[in-house]
Design a protein around this ligand. Sequence first.
Ligand SMILES: [Mg+2]
Length: 303
Amino acid sequence: MPAPAAAPAAPPSLDSHPLAPAALSRASVLYTDLDGTLLGPGASLLASAEGAPSLTAVRAVVDLNRAGLTCVICSGRNRWQLLEVARLLGWDSYIAEVGCVIVPGRGEAPLYFTGDWNKDALREGETPYEAITRAGALELLRRAFPGRIEEHAPWHLNREATHVLRGNVPLAEAQSALDTLELPVRIVDNGVINPPVHTLRGVAEVHAYHLIPQGVHKSDAISRDLARRGLEPADALAIGDSATDVEMADAVGLGVLVANALDDARVLEAASTRANIAATRARRGEGWAELADAWLAARSELA
Ligand SMILES: [Mg+2]
């Protein structure tokens, strides 16, 4: 039997990454994922990585806000959810639905991106979310994997561009099935979740999935947002916990992974092909605070 392929090595730690000092001292904007990154279990900002009450992440947010540094949420959540989170955190703009919806500032009209879709992919008045439904993507997956995939209620509501599902399906097979549709749709695994209720059958480990217009990546949305601000990639940092978050590094000076991201072999695989990825030593919100502290320290050395 052939030996299993060795997992790629973890990226260097933030405190020893050769690119970190210059990247941290130059950056003025941080693009941040929420779930599994800034937030603890149960999506709480007030919890440690282990779920104990903690102010560490909040303290870090306050420190960055006090320093006048810009944080932009970049998440799979819809823009109505992000509006409320941004208000709570004292932030202004956000990128929703895995890079498909940019809200440049609170109260401003959203900008939509549909990647590789043809100009006529959408019918008049139709959202990308509705087009994915019309193309039959959900029906197709339900038929191909009965009982193993369903909408991630209640988070599937009020979406405009992407669908969020939960279950456990072989990703390559699911993508092959979607490739038979006329509309190009990509399925992305957003990692393990623990939904309090679901109607899946025989699924021990539940994953969240997104159905996204083919060709849209969080990194493209970040590039567009930076261009809108008149900034260069080197003016920005990104932090996340999933393989899709690793792609954010392509649009910024330094991409950072919270330590819990390294539990996922797909994250290690994606990170191994990029030189500008560092990992924090702490998990979730405590890792986020580790980046915030390093960022502030690097900028104060500059002053
Ligand atoms: Mg996440």
